[in-house]
Design a protein around this ligand. Structure first.
Ligand code: PEP
Ligand code: MN
Length: 357
């Protein structure tokens, strides 16, 4: 995908792009009150859902087309750019005709190639090749599906594309509403370095108190912006009330964020990076040495007709190493993950020896 830089098109400052507004447009009053407060706090791009993809029928499914005229009013009164979600051909036509500045594709839609193709074809047909389109990750953690969705829009001739990371759904109860799985957007960035990626901490966290730490984490990882749900009266919101913050709280959250300089000099880091290079070499050598010993153990087990796995030994290794790591100030869960990966590889190697003739 070859892309034109989206950032100056949607916000001509060098700061991260901030898109804010309610989950849903609910009434003219709610939208305009929120928009006025956001604009007063320096927000330049207003988001609001007009058509809401609800999990179950009976939930609030959005106000529909009438909400677009409220968006147009917010644009006129407060000079805001507007962004909304489109999921069908008709949504796309209505949003473009109403003068919406930025379109985004929701997580349920980006998971559906038919819907993506329909939207891409509609945009080509309407000849609105300059409109920025932000594609949320699909609900399931499938990077190829996410890229495929972006490619369909790209193949229709649009070049102002961006991705929104909103986390991935998982069964059961978790700290996050949608698991961040940061390695997926990071891999997207590695493959398409010029594609801007915006983080949606509201839908990842699902709770107000997680908006701030997730936003900081995203900026620390070099995301290009944030899309945050903000409502003038979050407790009364018709959708996603637990994760929306008032414009004032949003302003406070944004004021506390540390913005990293991607162009910052790395000169002072070279000494430390050199140390890391050396430590990594040692780590690799140590691991290779450990694997050699592990293979020798495999050989012994083979000669003595012993099974590869001895659970008591495995538990003891985990326990002692995790405790030692904790004593050295490391995170126990991290140590467990590392040990499990090493252990899995040891087992694989030993099984290979056992099956060797
Ligand atoms: C939204 O942004 O309000 C929304 C419905 O998001 P998602 O598609 O990420 O669930
Ligand atoms: Mn929402």
């Amino acid at each position: 995908m070859s892309l034109t830089n989206l950032l100056p098109i949607i916000d001509n400052s060098t700061n991260p792009i901030i898109i804010a507004g309610p989950c849903s447009a609910e009434s003219e009053d709610q939208l305009l009150t929120t928009a006025a407060d956001l604009a007063a706090n320096g927000i330049k791009i207003l988001r609001a859902g007009i058509w809401k993809p609800r999990t179950k029928p009976g939930g609030f499914e959005g106000v529909g087309k009438v909400g677009l005229s409220w968006m147009a009013k917010a644009k006129e009164l407060y000079g805001l750019k507007t962004a909304t979600e489109v999921a069908t051909r008709q949504h796309t036509i209505d949003a473009v005709e109403a003068g919406i500045d930025i379109l985004w594709i929701g997580a349920r839609t980006s998971a559906n190639p038919f819907a993506m193709q329909e939207i891409a074809d509609t945009l080509a047909e309407l000849k609105v090749l300059d409109i920025p389109v932000l594609v949320k990750n699909p609900v399931n953690p499938d990077l190829e599906l996410w890229i495929g969705a972006l490619e369909r829009i790209h193949n229709a001739g649009l070049r102002h594309l961006g991705a929104i990371h909103r986390g991935f759904s998982a069964y059961g109860k978790h700290l996050y509403r949608n698991l961040p799985q940061w390695h997926i957007p990071i891999e997207l960035r590695r493959r398409f370095p010029t594609l801007p990626i915006i983080c949606d901490p509201s839908h990842i966290g699902g709770k107000r108190e997680l908006v701030s730490p997730l936003s900081q984490q995203a900026l620390d990882m070099g995301f290009h912006g944030l899309i945050i749900e903000s409502h003038c009266d979050p407790d009364c919101a018709l959708s996603d009330k637990g994760q929306q913050v008032t414009p004032d709280v949003l302003n406070y959250i944004l004021s506390q964020l540390v913005i990293r300089d991607p162009q910052g000099s790395t000169e002072g880091l070279s000494q430390l990076r050199h140390q890391i290079d050396e430590l990594d070499t040692e780590l690799v050598e140590l691991l290779a040495k450990r694997m050699r010993v592990s293979r020798e153990i495999g050989q012994y087990k083979k000669e003595h007709r012993m099974p590869v796995l001895q659970m008591g030994r495995h538990d003891e290794i985990m326990q002692t190493r995790v405790n030692a790591a904790k004593e050295l100030g490391m995170d126990g869960d991290f140590m467990k993950t590392v040990l499990q990966a090493i252990h899995e590889e040891s087992v694989r190697q030993q099984i290979e020896i056992l099956n060797k003739r």
